[in-house]
Design a protein around this ligand. Sequence first.
Ligand SMILES: Nc1ncnc2c1ncn2[C@@H]1O[C@H](COP(=O)(O)OP(=O)(O)O)[C@@H](O)[C@H]1O
Ligand SMILES: [Mg+2]
Length: 361
Amino acid sequence: MFHVRKITLKNFRCYSDFSVEFSPDINIIIGNNAVGKTSLVEAIYCLGLGKSHKTSADADLVKIGENYAFVKAEFTDGDKKDEIVLSFVNGKKKLQHNQKTVGRLSEYVGFMNTVIFSSEDLNLIKGTPADRREFMDSSISQNNKDYLVALIRYRRFLKERNEMLRQTENGKALDEILFDSITEKLNIEATIIINERKRFLDTLNERLNRLNNEISEDKENGKIVYLPNREAGKLAEAFKERRMLDLTLRTTTVGPHRDDFIALINGKDASSFASQGQQRTISLAIKLALAEMCKECNPRLIVILDDVFSELDALRQNQILKLLDQKNQIFITTTSIDNLSESVINNSKVLNISKEEENER
Ligand SMILES: Nc1ncnc2c1ncn2[C@@H]1O[C@H](COP(=O)(O)OP(=O)(O)O)[C@@H](O)[C@H]1O
Ligand SMILES: [Mg+2]
């Protein structure tokens, strides 16, 4: 079964020098607050998408005061072994797969999928549209190279278009031909992004209602509704209509960089109508649905439960552990083992983490 067997961290977050071997099944990582539990699972997550789920600034991952960091891991899948090294040296990021440098991230993604459950999942309901776009982008990119490529290109063209708009502030005349050509390229990538987001949320919805039903005592209907800023076919027209406004505001006011989605419980907007418990349930169901989808696309799935598992009741704990029946490696971080069921503990490798200076690791 696919799993990460061993990981080594050098100057990653709070770690100077750290190495640990994992179980292919459940790993429980125990430690007090701020000892580095989240940082350890963040390192694992980074090996999937080449970036953190917590920050977009790679510099945050390098231990304060150091100028380089790396995460090195050994993955096993039957007889097959893979070594992945993600390094940050003087602000430059490099990913190596079996000693070979990965040129484009799009060539690498799909190596494995990682689904991480954390307290920040509530942001799927209560957070900003940017939180929800990040969820769609990272989830779709894991299994869809075309999407990742379109996203990277879209961001580049959007930046170029906004730069042109900004330059008019200093009285610079707009190069209309160049501007229209960038807008056209933007529209091509936007169309891919909008269509794929729609497809992704449709597939997610097929599972979401069942899962939300299973884990909500009140048997609630849960659903996500995509709110594209503009439908794919209507965007070219919208760019034309908004041209004057974009020039006045000096930014691109339409496009999928302004997309959002809302979660509905029994037909009502979960962010304003649902209780905290219902919001937790639906955000958990969204992640469970994602894990199911990932598993179908790619059997190499690692599941991370960062400080959420012990807060769940037995029903929800078991729901999540069903993921293990499908043979996935699972990481559970917690400050205390007390709330974990005995059966979970008995089937797990327990790793105690303490502050580096105390431990001299
Ligand atoms: N780049 C960094 N350099 C040094 N320390 C860091 C860096 N990033 C985070 N930390 C610190 O690492 C510690 C561990 O954080 P975290 O992994 O979130 O702990 P836990 O999940 O165990 O509560 C925190 O005290 C945090 O401030
Ligand atoms: Mg933590």
